[in-house]
Design a protein around this ligand. Structure first.
Ligand code: HEC
Ligand SMILES: [Cu+2]
Length: 382
C-alpha cells in the first residue's frame, strides 16, 4: 500500500513538470522566445520544418523501444516456480533479426540526415544584396554596427533594426568590455589571433528568427537573419558568459524598408548641443564625471577643442553603448530597463550593479542633483 502511495506521488510530480512545460511559449504572448513559432520568411521557418519531420520520428522510436523493453521486462520476469539452475532459452545469432535491426535504424538515420545537412547549409546561404551588420558581444550587452556604406556606419546597442524582406548578414565578434574602445576590424581576421584581448563566449539567439550561433573570441562568426513580417523579436544571449548573463537580452525590430531607412537617417545625425538649463549642466557633467571616457555621443562638444569642433564617432570611446540616440531604443542596459522611464534611468545612474549584477559600468556615487542634470541631458538624446 505504501509503495503504491509513493508511486502516485512520483507520478504527480512528473505530471506537474510536464504540464509546466506546456506554459512555455505562451507566457510572453507574441513576443515569446519560441522557436516553434517562427516568423514568416525567417531562417527559423526551415528549422521548424525540420523539427516537424524529426520530432515525430524520434517520439516513434522512443515509444517503440520503451514498449519493447517493458514487454520484455514483464513477460520474461522471474516467476515463483522458475528453476534457478536452468538458463532461459538462448537466442543469440538470429541472422534475420540482426540484419533487420541494423538496416532499419540506418534507413531512419539517413532519412533524417539528408534534410538536416541541407538545412545546415541553407542556413548560411546569403543573398548577394544582403545588408551587413557587425555584432559585437560585450559583457553584458550587444552592440550593432551597420557595415555597409548605405547605412553610414550607424552604431547602436541592444535593439537591432532590420528592414523586412531583406536578408541581413551578421558578422559577430566577442570583445572584452574594457578593450577596443575604438573598434578595429583589422584586428579580427577570420581565425584565432591571440593578439587582441578577447571577450568570452556568447551565443546570439533570436528564437523566432533563426537558430543559435556561438560567438567565439578570436573568430568572426556569421549568421543570417530575415523576416517578411514587421514586428519586435526578442533575443537572449544563450551561453553563460558571466554574472550579467541572464540580463544579456536584446531585440530585433523588423520594419518596412521605408521606416527602416528613416530610422537609419535619423541615427546618422549627430546629437544637438544644448545651450542652457539643467540639460546643459548635464552635458557638462557628462565630461566632468568621466562618462565620455566610456560612451560616445556624436556631436558632443568636446572639451579643449576650438568652438564647434567635435570628435568623430569612430574616435570616441566604445566601452559602453553609443548614447547619441539613447531615447530611440525602447529598452536599455541589455533590454532590462525601460528607456522611457526616468525612474529606471535614475536608478541605473545611482547604482548600475544593483540594477544589473555584474554590469561593467562603475558606480560613480553620483549625487541626486547630478543625476537630475544627467537625466535632463539624456532626454535630449533623441
Ligand atoms: C568605465 C566605463 C563607463 C563609465 C565611466 C560610464 N559608463 Fe555608462 N555604461 C558603461 C557600460 C559598460 C554600460 C553597459 C552596461 C550593460 O548594459 O551591461 C553602460 C551603460 C550606460 C547606459 C545605458 C545605455 C544603454 O543603451 O544600454 C547609460 C544611459 C549610461 N551608461 C550612462 C552613463 C553616464 C551618464 C555616465 C557618467 C555619469 C556613465 N554612463 C559612465 C560604461 C561606463
Ligand atoms: Cu553573453
Amino acid at each position: 500500500m505504501r509503495a503504491h502511495r509513493r508511486m502516485s506521488a512520483w507520478a504527480t510530480v512528473v505530471l506537474l513538470l510536464l504540464l509546466g512545460g506546456c506554459g512555455i511559449g505562451d507566457t510572453g504572448g507574441d513576443l515569446a522566445l519560441n522557436a516553434l513559432d517562427p516568423a514568416p520568411g525567417s531562417p527559423a521557418v526551415e528549422l521548424d520544418r525540420l523539427w516537424d519531420l524529426v520530432f515525430p520520428i524520434a517520439v516513434g522510436v522512443f515509444v517503440l523501444v520503451q514498449t519493447l523493453i517493458l514487454v520484455a521486462v514483464f513477460r520474461f520476469r522471474r516467476r515463483k516456480d522458475d528453476d534457478d539452475r536452468q538458463l532461459p532459452k538462448q537466442v543469440a545469432g538470429n541472422t534475420r533479426l540482426e540484419v533487420l535491426w541494423t538496416i532499419i535504424p540506418a534507413v531512419v538515420l539517413v532519412f533524417v540526415a539528408i534534410p538536416t545537412v541541407q538545412t545546415i547549409f541553407s542556413q548560411n546561404e546569403v543573398d548577394d544584396d544582403a545588408m551587413n551588420v557587425r555584432v559585437i558581444a560585450k559583457q553584458y550587452w550587444f552592440e550593432f554596427e551597420y557595415m555597409d556604406e548605405a547605412q553610414g556606419g550607424v552604431v547602436t546597442a541592444t535593439q537591432l533594426h532590420i528592414p523586412t524582406g531583406r536578408e541581413v548578414q551578421l558578422h559577430m565578434q566577442s570583445v572584452a568590455v574594457n578593450q577596443a574602445s575604438s573598434y578595429d576590424p583589422a584586428a579580427f581576421p577570420d581565425g584565432p589571433t591571440g593578439e587582441v584581448a578577447q571577450g568570452v563566449i556568447h551565443n546570439f539567439w533570436v528564437p523566432r528568427l533563426a537558430g543559435k550561433t556561438y560567438i567565439v573570441p578570436g573568430h568572426t562568426r556569421t549568421m543570417k537573419l530575415s523576416t517578411t513580417e514587421a514586428g519586435l523579436y526578442l533575443g537572449q544571449c544563450a551561453e553563460f558568459c558571466g554574472l550579467g548573463h541572464p540580463n544579456m537580452e536584446f531585440s530585433v525590430l523588423a520594419e518596412d524598408p521605408a521606416t527602416f531607412d528613416e530610422w537609419i537617417a535619423a541615427q546618422a545625425d549627430p546629437a544637438e548641443v544644448v545651450d542652457e538649463g539643467l540639460a546643459a549642466e548635464g552635458q557638462q557633467l557628462f565630461n566632468d564625471l568621466t562618462c565620455v571616457q566610456c560612451h560616445a555621443i556624436e556631436g558632443y562638444p568636446a572639451q579643449g577643442l576650438p568652438d564647434g569642433e567635435v570628435v568623430p564617432l569612430d574616435e570616441q570611446a566604445r566601452i559602453g553603448p553609443n548614447l547619441t540616440h539613447f531615447n530611440t531604443r525602447d529598452k536599455f542596459a541589455g533590454n532590462i530597463l525601460e528607456t522611457e522611464s526616468d525612474d529606471d534611468l535614475r536608478r541605473w545612474l545611482e547604482n548600475p550593479q544593483r540594477e544589473k549584477p555584474g554590469a561593467q559600468m562603475p558606480n560613480l556615487n553620483l549625487r541626486p542633483d547630478q543625476i537630475d542634470a544627467l537625466v535632463a541631458y539624456m532626454r535630449t538624446l533623441d
